[in-house]
Design a protein around this ligand. Sequence first.
Ligand code: SF4
Length: 499
Amino acid sequence: MGCQERQRTRLAPMLTTNPFDDDKLREECGIFGVSSAETASAIVALGLHALQHRGQEAAGITSWDGHAFHTHRAMGHVAGNFDRDEVIRALPGNAACGHVRYSTTGETSLRNVQPLYAELSSGGFAVAHNGNISNAMKLRRELIRRGSIFQSTSDTEVIIHLVATSTYRTLLDKLIDALRHVEGAYSLIVMTPEGMIACRDPLGIRPLVMGKLGDTIIFASETVAFDVVGADYVRSIEPGELVIVTHDGQVRSHRPFGETHPRPCIFEHVYFSRPDSIVDGSSVYSVRKAIGAQLAIENPVDADYVIPVPDSGVPAAIGYAQESGIPFELGIIRSHYIGRTFIQPGDKVRHLGVKLKHNANRALIEGKRIVLIDDSIVRGTTSLKIVQMMHEAGAKEVHMRIASPPTKHSCFYGVDTPERTKLLAHKLDIGGMQDFIHADSLAFISIDGLYKALGEAKRADIRPQYCDACFTGDYPTTLTDQDEAVVTDQLELLAERVV
Ligand code: SF4
């Protein structure tokens, strides 16, 4: 987990720091790298700023000046940490990479903020990681047993120790050797004295794209970061591909894992990525509109207005409105001036968050039948409050339509999800969920409908085209640490019974 500090097991309940967004799945990292340009670190700061939605609790940049590596890592937003000249001046050199991260309460600590850096026998090694290594705990135990001393609790550090202890000769071979031991999701930007390496796990679970700024190769989690610095999008890094850019500008591509069967995260298209990004060759905005249109075909309803839950429900609501012919209107207005520190998390004030963030457009809604469009339901607490808000504003009927299938399973690939038992769709069937949120009707897009919106005929029975495990429970990799945690729990239970 580039940015998750611990394996999330069912023994480890999730806490969140933001009372306003605690009912969404949350992407945990964004990465950006510039291989060779003057003011590389300033460009990285701008790129990270465009990726801020992927992680808002800490940010870091490491630069290489031809002789030494320089790092600045801090808690907080990119703007607050990298908007001063002296900070950027302290990150000299023509190559730099950076990272934004999200973490959970009680785990936030500077030692886990990336890029992580280590001095290896082959020289300096800086790494920025998006994703989550699903056998990190097991690898960590083995490495510690063999003498490795860890500086952080981040799973990413496992990669560093695997590289450090690899017996291969070149750094590239050491990295490939390390990655062969790793399960799960990783998009990496690695910086060494020889150059920059960008790579994506064989399934391509988390995104990673390559762009060009003049002659300079740059890498980012999303294309939106290229737009901000005026770079051109070139292509996605392919699943299982390593792209190496040497400091003298040569670019080489390696595919050390042979033929792969990619399963990129389908939720990037539903919610995580910005709508103005291109993910795996598709416009996120267009896909979200297509999802909304498919939702309207599958789940029609008589209503006066289609209303998005802002902001993430907007493209799907446009698609739903266009397909159904029901007018699209803004029935919920979002305040953009909610400070993260305005209210601290806590049960007594948490419920106020939704009202501070969203307000009903009462003059529009009163006496009307409305279709509310949202991207997902996680715990259901936000949906409940928004439906209530619509009723209180005088809506005659409130029909909820969701632009993804029911979220029934946790993600172990670098996305922050509540433990499974907290997911509303795990606890209740659709009728029960409808009652819970007090909607007049509730419907979700089907899993095949979602694939259809992505241009596929349907979800393939064997080797599905995407990771969709949070909907289907069909995890595309083994989950070694999770499985071990379950076995340990079962053994403990057995032991208690014996006693
Ligand atoms: S489990 Fe869900 S959120 Fe996680 S990678 Fe798969 S599709 Fe994406």
